[in-house]
Design a binder for this molecule. Structure first.
Ligand SMILES: N[C@@H](CCC(=O)N[C@@H](CS)C(=O)NCC(=O)O)C(=O)O
Length: 226
């Protein structure tokens, strides 16, 4: 199996929150794969064969699947004898939408100037132009005002703090899709930014420690890109 992923200056550290969902699911299922590390500006040409413009893309024999959700659904169907990541397929699908606007969007605005610092020089023009157009401001303006989106992120994280005060994982006795999707977002931030997203004594920190150790510790090994 081949997984096309996004890397920064350091080719050994993938930082896409969507690719990390798939990597955690592959590890959960014990499926082996190799990665094809790509910089932002390499993605379009490299995954054109999959008729898409973003990563992750998975190639499994003759099967080509794009989009993290589609890939995980494909793995569930193609490898039914492996442990499922879903405790409830519909609740998992809904969770993608539940975290997109309240958490992923403000976190993106919080760390986007930090992401710019860790990507390869070849990507800098593309990243600056595309992200400044999307956000309607320069990266420098965004960097000055990061406390506003960060406070939105922190407020929207609160239900998870309350939940993890009482429960170990979102999917029950062990981690599953929702845990991986939320954790992948924190790996994105860990690989690209030094910003503190929660207090050390927050129950979210305990859950992240548990997630760092699951699936052979692949998430726990992620370091900030130098
Ligand atoms: N819905 C897609 C989103 C994937 C996505 O946005 N990937 C980003 C990396 S995090 C990408 O490839 N961006 C290409 C670009 O910005 O040119 C999924 O879940 O797979």
């Amino acid at each position: 199996m081949k997984l096309y992923e996004l890397v920064g200056r350091d080719k050994s550290i993938g930082f896409s929150p969507f690719v990390w969902r798939v990597k955690m699911a592959l590890a959960h299922k014990g499926l082996a794969y190799e990665t094809v590390p790509l910089h932002f500006t390499e993605i379009k040409d490299a995954v054109a064969f999959a008729d898409c413009k973003s990563v992750p893309v998975l190639v499994d024999g003759d099967n080509v699947v794009a989009d993290s959700w589609e890939i995980i659904c494909y793995l569930e169907e193609a490898y039914p004898d492996r442990p499922s990541v879903f405790s409830d397929h519909h609740a998992a699908k809904l969770f993608n939408f539940q975290i997109a606007l309240p958490l992923l969007a403000p976190l993106f605005r919080t760390i986007v100037p930090d992401i710019f610092e860790v990507i390869h020089d070849m990507d800098k023009d593309y990243f600056r132009k595309s992200r400044e157009a999307r956000l309607g401001r320069t990266l420098e303006e965004i960097a000055e005002d990061y406390e506003e989106p960060l406070s939105i992120f922190e407020a929207n994280l609160m239900p998870y703090s309350q939940f993890f005060k009482r429960e170990q994982y979102m999917c029950g006795a062990g981690p599953g899709y929702q845990d991986y999707a939320l954790y992948a977002m924190f790996l994105w931030a860990r690989a690209t930014s030094d910003k503190k997203l929660f207090e050390d004594d927050d129950p979210v920190a305990d859950w992240i420690n548990r997630m760092d150790q699951c699936c052979g510790g692949i998430g726990g090994a992620v370091k900030k890109i130098k």
